[in-house]
Design a protein around this ligand. Sequence first.
Ligand SMILES: NC(=O)c1ccc[n+]([C@@H]2O[C@H](COP(=O)([O-])OP(=O)(O)OC[C@H]3O[C@@H](n4cnc5c(N)ncnc54)[C@H](OP(=O)(O)O)[C@@H]3O)[C@@H](O)[C@H]2O)c1
Length: 237
Amino acid sequence: MKIDQSVVLVTGANRGLGLAFARALVARGARKVYAGMRDPAGFNEPGMVAVKLDLHDPASIAAAAERCGDVNFLLNNAGIARYEKSVLDPAGLADAQAMFDTNYFGTVRVTQAFAPALLRNGDGAILNVLSVASWIAKPLLAAYAASKSAEWSFTNALRVELKDSKVLVSGMHVGFIDTDLTKDLQVAKLTAESVVATALDGIEAGLPEIVIDDVSKAVKASLSAANAVYLAPPDIK
Ligand SMILES: NC(=O)c1ccc[n+]([C@@H]2O[C@H](COP(=O)([O-])OP(=O)(O)OC[C@H]3O[C@@H](n4cnc5c(N)ncnc54)[C@H](OP(=O)(O)O)[C@@H]3O)[C@@H](O)[C@H]2O)c1
């Protein structure tokens, strides 16, 4: 699809990767960029229309879908990560449920609500922001990884369901990015701007899967190997 003249809704567009996406979409000539966020008060970015949208609140999602009926590109970006010490600690279950409610169920809710407009408007796309963690897990990020695997699986099923439509279904996999979500991790990080540029190039090229960085490419390439990276992943501090 062409981003120039497209009408896009980005979830979680008030900060982090979502804000970088929304800015890049404006710069690439999108006709309208709806910036979805939980609290639009005080948000003022050139070329964007702030829209209240909370992934946990079906009424806010329905209202956003009603208001943004001209959307032809849905960018499911909003997500959360909570870090764990041990997968064996029952105290982690509440965080796991919160991550599934946002990353998996939230993405499903938004996609279901916006699907009628996307199918009606055509020549568009759905891009789900996944992670290298869809394919690799460690105790620190176990439930986050599971929620991203679930979101990856949903993306794959959605692609099959929409295969005869004019809506590209794509998922992007990426390693650590320099946003609030990773501020406590001492690891090499990509810039949000570089990630967004590769992702949007992938959408314009019609790619059903966009593997952004070398780490994600190496993990994907190893999945069928006897010594797949997920069997003994490198340390993260
Ligand atoms: N950073 C990384 O290393 C990395 C790597 C791979 C994938 N990702 C994925 O990239 C996406 C964006 O993450 P980020 O790094 O930009 O994180 P971030 O800086 O923490 O931003 C998260 C965004 O999601 C929004 N959000 C959270 N819960 C929401 C809800 N219930 N309803 C609506 N919006 C909600 C936040 O809004 P509030 O301001 O209201 O909290 C914020 O805009 C996520 O899906 C994440 O899993 C990140």
